[in-house]
Design a protein around this ligand. Sequence first.
Ligand SMILES: [Zn+2]
Length: 175
Amino acid sequence: MPIIAPVPTAGSESNNATASVVVVGASASTSARRPIPRGYVRTAVRQTAGVRPDRPCPCGSTADYGSCCQPLHLGERQADTAEQLMRSRYSAYVAGDATYVWRTWHPRTRPSDVDDDISVTWTRLQIVDIAAGGIDDDVGEVEFLAHHRHGVLHERSRFARRAGRWFYLDGDILD
Ligand SMILES: [Zn+2]
């Protein structure tokens, strides 16, 4: 989901939204100071800057983040279905993991980079329809409502499998 688009622009309102996204999970700034290997820093930053592993996953599943979308964000697991990828990309937006959003964007359609400044406070994901996108499919569509502090994004996203992995291709904004 190219959720960058519907961001309320400019003004103090958007500044506030930026702040509240970054603060989720608190104290992101303290974890990156020690000179430890780079991969380590990334992991530490992701965990503290985003969502705690023992908290409910932002994607709306009943599982904790640590056993739901986090393994996907850390590259420990791949999404089996288009829906799973969709959910994990939403969680990545919530967690501020722009790298994951970029990495799971199809090379054919993805932007040169995804802005780290994801200045929307996402509150809830609701999947409203799924077409194909299963473990035996190569394409799929997921329609969802992504609720945020200023409204809701209604999108039908297309996904494609490439070299065994699911990627976000593009989507139509419906409302
Ligand atoms: Zn999840």
